[in-house]
Design a protein around this ligand. Structure first.
Ligand code: ATP
Ligand code: MG
Length: 217
C-alpha cells in the first residue's frame, strides 16, 4: 500500500488541511491518509486544546471518508512525541508499504529544529505542499533539498504543479502545488476569541463540537 502520513496539532482541523490532504492523496495515488494529531506537550501551552479534543475533532472531520483515517499514537501518550519515533512505529506497522510524510512548506522549513531531522529524512518519502503565505522559493534555504531556483519559480507561478527530487538519503521529496486555501487554525482561534463567525472554514460538526465544549474562548 501507499500511505500518506499527515501530522499536525490540528487545533482545530480545517478545510485547508482536508483539501490539501485530498489533493496529495490523488496526486500520489495514495491508498489512504493517516491523520496524526500531536500529543499534549509536558507544559500546558496556551490556546492548545487538549489532545483528546483535537483527536475527536479530527475523527469527526474524516469519518465519512473511507480513505482518511486518524491515529491516536501521539495523542494517547503522556508528554511530547517525536515525529521520528512515530514514523519508526508506523514503519513497523506498515512494513510492506511505501510511506509519504505530508507537510506544508512552512512546516518543512521548521524541520531543522525538530528532533533528529537527518534521521527523519532517511526514514520515509516527503510530500511538501504549497500554502498561502509560503513560497516554494523559500525552500532554497532548506538543507535537505537540492532543487534549482528556476524550478521553484515555476512551481510558485503555477507553470508546473509538481516536482519530484531525490533527498540525500535514498528517499524522495515531491513538491506539490495545491489549491490555495488561506485558512489557519490560528486565525480560527482568533475569530472565536473575538466572537466572529468561523462558518465554512471547517466542517459544521467541528464547529458544533467547539461550541459545545467551549474551546478556544
Ligand atoms: P496553527 O495556525 O495553529 O499553526 P495550522 O493551520 O498551521 O495551525 P497545523 O496543525 O499547524 O495547522 O498544520 C499541520 C500541517 O498542515 C502542516 O504541515 C501545515 O503546513 C499544513 N497546513 C495547514 N494549513 C494548511 C493550508 N491552509 N494549506 C496547506 N497546508 C496546510
Ligand atoms: Mg501551523
Amino acid at each position: 500500500m501507499r500511505i500518506g502520513i499527515f501530522g499536525g496539532t490540528f487545533n482545530p482541523i480545517h478545510y485547508g488541511h482536508l483539501r490539501a490532504a485530498e489533493e496529495a492523496r490523488e496526486m500520489l495515488a495514495l491508498d489512504k491518509i493517516l491523520f496524526i494529531p500531536s500529543g499534549n506537550p509536558p507544559l500546558k501551552v496556551r490556546e492548545l486544546a487538549d489532545a483528546r479534543h483535537r483527536y475527536k475533532m479530527t475523527r469527526l472531520a474524516v469519518i465519512r471518508n473511507r480513505l482518511f483515517d486518524v491515529l491516536d499514537i501521539e495523542c494517547i501518550r503522556k508528554g511530547k512525541s517525536y515525529t521520528v519515533n512515530t514514523l519508526e512505529t508506523l514503519l513497523k506497522l506498515y512494513s510492506d508499504s511505501e510511506l509519504y510524510f505530508i507537510l506544508g512548506i512552512d512546516a518543512f522549513l521548521e524541520m531543522p529544529n525538530w528532533w533528529k531531522p537527518e534521521k527523519l529524512i532517511s526514514l520515509v518519502n516527503f510530500m511538501v505542499l504549497s500554502r498561502p503565505g509560503s513560497r516554494f522559493i523559500d525552500l532554497l534555504s532548506s538543507p535537505y533539498l537540492n532543487v534549482k531556483k528556476e524550478i521553484m519559480v515555476r512551481l510558485d507561478n503555477g507553470e508546473i504543479r509538481s516536482f519530484t527530487t531525490g533527498l540525500q538519503t535514498r528517499k524522495e521529496a515531491v513538491l506539490l502545488g495545491v489549491t490555495p486555501i488561506g485558512i489557519s487554525s490560528t486565525d480560527i482561534r482568533n475569530r472565536i476569541k473575538e466572537g466572529l463567525s468561523i462558518k465554512y472554514m471547517l466542517p459544521e460538526e467541528i464547529e458544533s463540537y467547539i461550541i459545545s465544549n467551549k474551546l478556544y474562548k
